[in-house]
Design a protein around this ligand. Structure first.
Ligand SMILES: C[S@@+](CC[C@H](N)C(=O)[O-])C[C@H]1O[C@@H](n2cnc3c(N)ncnc32)[C@H](O)[C@@H]1O
Length: 258
């Protein structure tokens, strides 16, 4: 666990965030993910308000800020203290978000509040120990309010795989984990990932030429980001609704209930 903490602390010190190493890929892909999650939250809470929300594995707080604009009270936890420090530095004007890297504070929060919405965006795949993963999923589930949602973005792989900081579970593996802790899948979507582009939109955004130009020249970075954001704003091509069998190989957005 400590090795992983060190890994994320180093990563934030190196690139200023915890996402894709390439700043062009990170900026646009995070923009697309935020757009997708904003839409999902709006649809889920069309008629009800969000009292308590939690961002598990918040990184530098991109999704916490999104939660902060919807919910009254947000608790954002990350295992890595340097990452939380960075989140605090760029918290913006929202004063309803608490950032913490204290596991004790996290446990108190999970035990004393019921959450209408819990987000965990590309975090669970980084918990390599299966028992720890089951335990945290159980705690997150227990802390959901009766009508609450747990919304995840995770990789779903055709074949299980693992490196020193990430595990790639199959659809069957994720399903059995959710079943084991008593979480019910309400809906799944999938979206393309920059390094495995199949969708039309993503193919053009992350072509080798664009990535090269944006990493070489600052003015090209700014120009391509502007163009890319514009295309994302005006397209839904990168998100597909999927059934249980064709969820493979992509980044999946999974909406769960208790
Ligand atoms: C790929 S980053 C995603 C960050 C953020 N959710 C986002 O999408 O911008 C994964 C984050 O999970 C955190 N993390 C890794 N293992 C964790 C754990 N066991 N509990 C909480 N956070 C963890 C890392 O420190 C890192 O900030």
């Amino acid at each position: 666990m400590n090795d992983l903490k060190l890994y994320w602390n180093n990563r934030v010190q190196q690139v200023g965030h915890t996402g894709w190493m390439n700043r062009y890929v990170y900026t646009l892909d995070q923009y697309a993910r935020l757009k997708v999650i904003r839409k999902i939250v709006k649809d889920l809470f069309d008629k009800t308000s969000i009292e308590n929300a939690l961002d598990y594995g918040c990184g530098i707080g991109d999704f916490s800020k999104l939660l902060g604009s919807f919910a009254k009270d947000v608790f954002s936890y990350d295992i890595a203290d340097e990452v939380i420090k960075r989140a605090g530095q760029q918290r913006g004007l929202l004063s309803n978000i608490i950032y913490s890297s204290s596991e004790e504070q996290l446990n108190i929060r999970l035990e004393t509040k019921r959450h209408d919405l819990i987000l965990s965006i590309t975090v669970l795949g980084h918990i390599l120990d299966e028992m720890k993963l089951e335990l945290i999923l159980q705690k997150l589930k227990n802390s959901l309010s009766p009508n609450g949602y747990l919304v995840l973005i995770e990789f779903v792989a055709e074949k299980s795989d693992q490196n020193n900081y990430q595990k790639f579970n199959t659809s069957e593996k994720w399903s059995s984990l959710f079943k084991y802790v008593g979480l019910i899948v309400e809906k799944k979507y999938s979206m393309d990932v920059p390094n495995n582009p199949t969708g039309v939109l993503y193919k053009s955004l992350f072509s080798k030429l664009n990535v090269f130009l944006a990493s070489k020249f600052d003015f090209m970075f700014l120009l391509l980001i502007k163009k890319g954001k514009n295309r994302i704003d005006n397209s839904n091509d990168f998100i597909l609704e999927v059934g249980p069998l064709n969820i493979q190989k992509k980044l999946s957005i999974i909406i769960l209930k208790r």
